[in-house]
Design a protein around this ligand. Structure first.
Ligand code: FAD
Ligand code: NAD
Length: 409
């Protein structure tokens, strides 16, 4: 009898952890597992705000997949998924088709622009290694350009749309980088503006207690960040942004961090989606196609209170554990185990040595919270690559001498 074929799409938090858990737990004879990812590396999305601002090297935010999986047990295919055909139990890649008995979809998210005119065309987003390399270089280019055309003040105006987790973490790093860039490019730092524009009345991620929000905003303001709250961006143009109140802010850089939606391949495949994400059953399967498991940002998991859990790395990792176990149970003919999310807490970085968050329900801030964020990062690296990976990515970091200095390749 042929082995059941398992195809995992996406080597992000959900997909990679599923593959790593399977390789640890399955017998070689039990299933035939293929992991598909468009790059030959896994990127640590939770670090991307740093290379985007240039406070860390992008190589510290990625790991070669070959270093994480045992290719005798998991076949790795570097390819881009172009179509999912759940009725035919098949996925279409750039150069081949793959059929499956069980499919795991962990293709992550796309930027949600809510149809705001010009946002797709003129704003940048923090999404991948390629996008953050581009943002960092663009920021430096603006500094260089400002010296060539000193009258164009907008070159040194940096607009960040959205002050949720992503916007906040990026703004914190960018504010830390400005003094270094100002020195490097002989720019007066007082001429640089960072404006974080947020539609809701409060900056920082929703769900944080008010005193932590105030603390966080105070830290940011001290670093020179200007907030515009209760101010939706209505349009993005090649020269800046138009706000809901009609004001136009001229800016050489617009980074959009206004939200995410699930990977569009799911909607194209005919899954019932809400903002591109699929509501899954208690075992993380599609209601329409029970042989399809969906993890991470592509999935919506409801809490016992009936509200969706936020899409984050913590839940994606826990889903990876659950899906791997349930795949083993499925091929062994055992009942599947429902997924139960264990919320351990949440921490938003505010740049160097500063963060705010919740450890379960306990409030944390300042240096302790920043340390906690590092512990969370280290824990993830340990989980996917053991102590050597912590060593490589956090201790002997690649091609950087200090946090604020980028040494070119
Ligand atoms: P991802 O990790 O995004 O992985 C998706 C994978 O699919 C990628 O490898 C991608 O290359 C691949 N892929 C996509 N399309 C295709 C295709 N067509 N073909 C082949 N492969 C494809 N969450 C936290 O809990 N804590 C944090 O501190 C935190 N910080 C964040 C910081 C930033 C800047 C950002 C943007 C997000 C952060 N998040 C954080 C959210 C977290 O990163 C995501 O929720 C998490 O990455 C989701 O995991 P995933 O497996 O669904 O997708
Ligand atoms: P988000 O949806 O959490 O935040 C987007 C922000 O943009 C919101 O505050 C929203 O009000 C604002 N916004 C939307 N439209 C706007 C407009 N027209 N003008 C101005 N502001 C507008 O998105 P995110 O911050 O990218 O986070 C995405 C997911 O990733 C979340 O689930 C988050 O939990 C997770 N994440 C977690 C961490 C962490 O744990 N440290 C870090 C980054 C991201």
């Amino acid at each position: 009898m042929s082995k059941p074929k398992v195809v995992i799409l996406g080597a992000g938090y959900g997909g990679l952890v599923t593959a790593i858990r399977l390789q640890k737990q399955m017998k070689a004879s039990e299933m035939d597992v293929t992991l598909v990812n468009k790059h030959d590396y896994h990127y640590i999305t939770t670090h991307l705000h740093m290379p985007a601002a240039g406070t860390d090297h992008h190589d510290n935010a990625r790991v070669a997949i070959a270093d994480l999986i045992d290719e005798r047990k998991i076949h790795f295919v570097k390819s881009t998924v172009s179509q999912i055909l759940p009725e035919e139990k098949k996925v279409v890649l750039g150069d081949r088709d793959l059929s499956y008995d069980y499919l795991v979809i962990g293709l992550g998210s796309e930027t949600e622009t809510f149809g705001i005119p010009g946002m797709n065309e003129y704003a940048m987003s923090i999404k991948s290694i390629n996008s953050v390399r581009f943002i960092r270089q663009h920021i430096e280019y603006m500094f260089a350009k400002s010296k060539m055309e000193p009258k164009r003040k907008e070159y040194l105006t940096f607009v960040v749309g959205g002050a949720g987790f992503t916007g906040t973490e990026f703004v914190g790093e960018l504010a830390d980088r400005i003094p270094v860039l100002s020195r490097t490019y002989d720019v007066d730092p007082s001429t640089v503006k960072i404006i974080n524009i947020e539609a809701s009345p409060s900056a920082l991620p929703p769900g944080l207690p008010e005193d932590l929000v105030e603390y966080g905003m105070e830290v940011m303001r001290r670093k020179g960040v200007e907030y515009k709250l209760s101010t939706p961006i209505k349009e993005c143009t090649p020269d800046g942004v138009i706000l809901g109140n009609g004001e136009f802010i001229r800016a050489g850089t617009v980074v959009w961090s206004g939200g995410i939606r699930g990977n569009s391949l799911l909607e194209q495949a005919g899954f019932d989606v809400q903002r591109g994400r699929v509501k899954v059953d208690e075992c993380l399967r599609s209601y329409q196609y029970p042989d399809v498991f969906i993890t991470g940002d592509c999935s919506i998991v409801m809490s016992p209170e009936g509200t969706p859990y936020p899409a984050n790395a913590q839940i994606a990792v826990q889903q990876g554990y659950n899906v791997a176990r349930n795949l083993l149970y499925a091929v062994r003919g055992r009942d599947l185990k429902p997924f139960a999310y264990d919320f351990k807490g949440t921490v938003a970085s505010l740049g160097r040595g500063e963060a705010v968050g919740l450890l379960k329900v306990k409030k944390v801030k300042g240096k302790f919270a920043a340390l906690l964020k590092k512990v969370i990062d280290a824990r993830y690296l340990y989980l996917i690559g053991g102590i050597p990976l912590i060593w490589k990515k956090m201790i002997f970091k690649q091609k950087t001498t200090a946090r604020n200095y980028h040494v070119p390749n």
